[in-house]
Design a protein around this ligand. Sequence first.
Ligand code: SF4
Length: 149
Amino acid sequence: MKRREPEQTAAAITRVRQIYAEVAERRIERNCVRLQTCCHFKLTGRTPFLTRGEALVAAKAMRATGRKRLPEDNDGACPLLERPTGNCLIYLDRPFGCRTHFCTVAGGPYARREVADLIQRLEKVDADLGGNGASALPHALEQALKQIR
Ligand code: SF4
């Protein structure tokens, strides 16, 4: 029988998913055509940072694909980028940075003031989970995978 997440973890996941739903409702115009350039961290020189709640959501979504571990190969791309297809494995649960930090072609990142309230809520979830701020996606995900069933 599949065990349930501890209450605090489950509540954090729900809160983060609500924040993601709200960012989608902001309708700030961008034209992302999923070129996936931003998923190649080595190429862009930028790695998304995840708060603890975001990392739990990403880890849970990754587990739901049947994967237990991050890929071994370190080619400088996001570990959640499916190598054969080039698609994001967890697109519906992708982190906040992946939803708000668009490349120049897509229209550029959201201004902080447009989403500052949502960032504060993510930080609050992080603090409630005992976190001390966001960390780089690979590290944050690795840690969260230890917590997610
Ligand atoms: S989580 Fe998905 S959208 Fe975000 S960088 Fe990784 S592969 Fe790209």
